[in-house]
Structure formats: C-alpha cells, structure tokens
Design a protein around this ligand. Structure first.
Ligand SMILES: *Cc1c(COP(=O)(O)O)cnc(C)c1O
Length: 490
C-alpha cells in the first residue's frame, strides 16, 4: 500500500514515511493510492472484540508495519485505559444507536486514535532507525490537544507541542491541557481561533528554512492532527465495529445498510466513516452535522465552500472550525485523484476564500446529507433526550442528534442509525447541566459535581479532581510568535 499527496507533489511513499512525515511537502495530505477492501467476511466478525477489528482494519491500510508490531500497537492502545471493557459501547436509545467513543483517558473520541498514534511512531521510528527526535506539533480546538499530550507524554524520542485558541475552549478542556505532566510536553494558548492555530502550524510545516533550523537541533517535525493519516485510519475501525454491533443486536442483517451521523469540525471523523463505506461497510447516508459554523452544511447543499463569513464561538467548541482540513481528502477522491483540479480549488480558497465544485464532482457527493443546529437547539436537544430516555449526551453529540431528527423528517429514510457520540457529557458539564434544568454554577468543575449528583453517571477518571491539579503550562502567545515558540521549546 503506497501513499501519495493529494496535491500530486509526492508519490509512492510507504505508510511508515507518511505517518512519520505527517503532512506532505507540497502542503497536501497523504492518501492511500487505493482504499483497501474489507480484509474479512463480515459474517465471520460478528461479536469479535474491538481489538480484533482494529487490528484487521489498520493492517489493511498499513501492511508495512508488520503483524507483530501492529499487535503490539493495538494491544497497548486499547487496554484498561478505556473505562469500558468493550472499548466502544453501542447504546440503543429510542430509535437510534449511540457509538460511545469517549471512554478513553481524556473523555473524547480523539483518544480512539491518539492512544495508538504514539505506538505507530515508536514502531515507525524503530523500523526506519530514526536517530532524530520527532517533535509533534498540534493545533487543537480543545480535545485533540489533551489526547495527544496524554498519548505522547514521556514517549522516548518525541517532544509534543500543543497550541489552543485562547478563549476558544471550555474551562474543563483548558484545565486538562495546562495540568499535563511529562518532561516532553509543551502547551500554549494563542491569541486567535482554531483556524488561526491550524494555519499557523501548517505554515511551520511548510517552511523549509524552519525545518532546517529544527534539524540543526536534531529534530524533525510531525503532526498529531487528523491531517496525519496515522490519526485517521484507526478511526475507520469503529464504524466497521459499529456496523457489526448492530448486526449482533439483530437490527441489521449482513449486507443491509445503516446510516451514520457525525458531528463534524475538521472533517476527520466523518471522512473515516466515508473510508469505511468505501471499504465495503454497508452504509447508506453519511450525515454531516455542524453547529452555527455551518460551512459544511452549505457546501453539501450548494457545492460551494465559502469561509468568508463570521466565526461563531458556540457551546460545541470542538466544531468551531471554518477550514476543514480533511475535506481535501474527500475532494481528491471525488475528483478521481486529479491533483491539478484539486490544487486549483485550494488556490481559490486561499485567494478568494471560496471555491465551487463542478457538476460532475457534485454528483459524487450524493452519499452525504448535511445539516446544522444552533446553540439553543443543541441545549434543547440535550434536555429532550434526557427527559425522554434518561440518557445524557454532550453538546457535540446533541448537534448530531438534532441534525438526524431533521434528516429523518425530511427524507423518511429510517434505516438503523449510528450516531458518533464524541465526548462525555462531563466534558461540557456547564452547558449540559443547564440543559437538563440545573442552575448555573460558578465553574465547569462545579457543574461536573452538580451533574453527578443529579444523574449518578460515573465521572470519567480523567475529569475527577481536575480543579485541584497543579497548573504547569499556559503561556499566552501571539500567532506570529508560534515559530520561535517551537524553536525555544526544543
Ligand atoms: C474533534 C471533535 C469533533 C469534530 O471531529 P472532526 O474529526 O474534527 O470532524 C466533534 N466532537 C468532539 C467532541 C471533538 O472533540
């Protein structure tokens, strides 16, 4: 299996190189030359443990890691760190199924990929006999940062640097990051939003002079964002696992299609669902759910991607994004790998803040549906689900549920449905507690306790006593200071 850049500047890379490098030198993203088929017969896999599915799916994308090394990665990633034995429980609530992806260490779905990515790095560095240190640069809308810090803390041969938007993350998210232990961890708030952080990091990656300065210090750069293919591939596994769970539950027979709903920001998680479909998982619609930053809703409805619009800070901050990096991988696919066309669209985006797909490309988006939810609708949805079913969802998952209800009403397409549940409700406790009728508290930490008192739902270990942990990071910097901040951290 070889990897190429979406923009055509790099070809025939091994998966090991694609993972270590993170982003291609022509600013493109690495994609497999062909999305592999499911490496098994679905009927042989019903009721198999999560690890087995993950091993098979990841192996289909990354065969050059080798079976033994991949077992090492999977076994170490999906262990007791996860607070549920199933790793990914699937909960039927009313007519839908929630794929609970948030039982890892940092209580958001980012743990699904970021618990394994550091092991990929270890194995790849060993196989390449890499003698340089790898510095992982990460922009975060709140959840990737903490999950990457947990994953890479004290991993030999690595440094991990995280940039988060000052005032763009929840109180709990920020506290999780600034209390991170580990000699190789560095965390900074930037004056800007997530798009600024992501653009700043990409600029550093694409600056050859900077790469040379880092190399002089014995360091190579890489990424833990979903621009790294090593982040994306582990996420494909849980959609396959989700399908098999619905079969095991009798909701589907092998071959019958399900719908998937994904609350979307950088387009990584829903792209993983798209890859699962392309591999042969019977999926009908991929439903893309946005908050008030609904650039993707408009794109799927009109074929025009337009970031020239106000940026909203919402109560689902991990989706407060206008530039969805991974959409580039979808574009590459629907343009049949035509990098020239793709580069033109990206130029339009850079110069005119928008681009438009031609009709032929647009018809290839027919597997997607899209919608959005406002903050008020999100809160209302959390309250309704709790009242009706006694089930608690976080703000991002609520966005997905609301968009699904609209989809169902509009289309009548009532296939068995999997909703990606991306964070523990405790992670966004302030909004969630008020949505189920509790009084506003003085802090996110108080809200966690209030929510626990009311619902008795166990508090994830990673969120317990967070307000008492020692603060170790948190310098605030300007966007222009990002490059020197990286060099000074090395
Ligand atoms: C990151 C995140 C999202 C968005 O996922 P993308 O892969 O960026 O589309 C949604 N919900 C939560 C809780 C997240 O942390």
């Amino acid at each position: 299996m070889k990897y190429s850049s979406t923009r055509g500047g790099e070809r025939d890379k091994s998966s090991i190189d694609a993972i270590l490098q993170g982003i291609a030198s022509d600013k493109g993203l690495f994609v497999p030359e062909k999305i592999p088929e499911l490496p098994f017969d679905m009927s042989d896999m019903v009721n198999k443990p999560y690890k087995e599915i993950a091993f098979q799916i990841i192996g289909a994308f990354f065969p050059d890691l080798g079976k033994e090394s991949l077992h090492y990665c999977v076994d170490n990633a999906y262990d007791e760190k996860f607070e549920k034995e199933e790793i990914v429980p699937v909960r039927k609530v009313g007519e839908v199924n929630f794929l609970e992806l948030y039982h890892g260490k940092t209580a958001a779905f980012k743990d699904m990929a970021l618990s394994i990515l550091p092991y990929f790095f270890r194995v790849c560095m060993q196989k390449k006999k890499e003698d340089k240190k790898i510095c992982i640069l990460t922009a975060t809308s709140g959840d990737t940062g903490k999950a990457a810090l947990e994953g890479f803390a004290d991993v030999a041969g690595t440094e991990i640097i995280v940039f988060y938007p000052n005032a763009g993350v929840s109180e709990v998210q920020e506290r999780q990051m600034v209390t991170q232990k580990g000699k190789n961890t560095h965390v900074f708030a930037i004056e800007g939003n997530f798009d600024d952080a992501q653009t700043g990091v990409k600029k550093i990656f694409n600056d050859p002079a900077f790469a040379k300065k880092a190399l002089d210090k014995g360091v190579k750069l890489s990424s833990a964002n979903s621009i790294n293919i090593g982040r994306l591939v582990p996420q494909v596994a849980y959609y396959v696992y989700g399908y098999l769970s619905l079969v095991a539950d009798g909701q589907l027979e092998i071959g019958q299609q399900m719908n998937v709903v994904v609350p979307t920001g950088n387009f990584g998680n829903i792209l993983a669902a798209y890859y699962a479909k392309k591999m042969g998982t019977p999926i009908d619609k991929l439903i893309c759910a946005s908050n008030e930053n609904k650039v993707l809703t408009d794109f799927f409805k009109s074929g025009r991607y337009d970031i020239d619009r106000p940026f909203h800070l919402t109560n689902s901050p991990s989706m407060d994004i206008l530039i969805s990096s991974n959409l580039e991988r979808l574009l590459y696919d629907i343009l049949d790998g035509n990098s020239e066309k793709l580069v033109n669209l990206m130029k339009d985006l850079e110069n005119n803040k928008s681009y438009r797909l031609d009709e032929q490309a647009r018809t290839k988006l027919k597997d997607f549906a899209a919608g959005f939810a406002t903050v008020a609708e999100t809160n209302e949805t959390i309250g309704k689900i709790y009242e009706e079913y006694g089930y608690l969802v976080d703000t991002h998952t609520a966005v997905a549920y609301k968009v699904y209800r609209d989809f169902l009403e509009e289309t009548g397409n009532n296939r068995p449905t999997l909703i990606a549940s991306t964070a523990s409700p405790y992670k966004f406790a302030e909004s969630v507690s008020q949505s189920i009728g509790l009084a506003k508290s003085n802090s996110g930490f108080e809200s966690i306790l209030d929510l626990h008192k009311k619902t008795n739902l166990p508090i994830p270990n990673g969120l317990k006593d967070l307000d008492k942990a020692e603060i170790l990071h948190g310098s605030k910097i300007k966007i222009s200071e990002m490059p020197e901040t990286v060099l000074n951290s090395l």
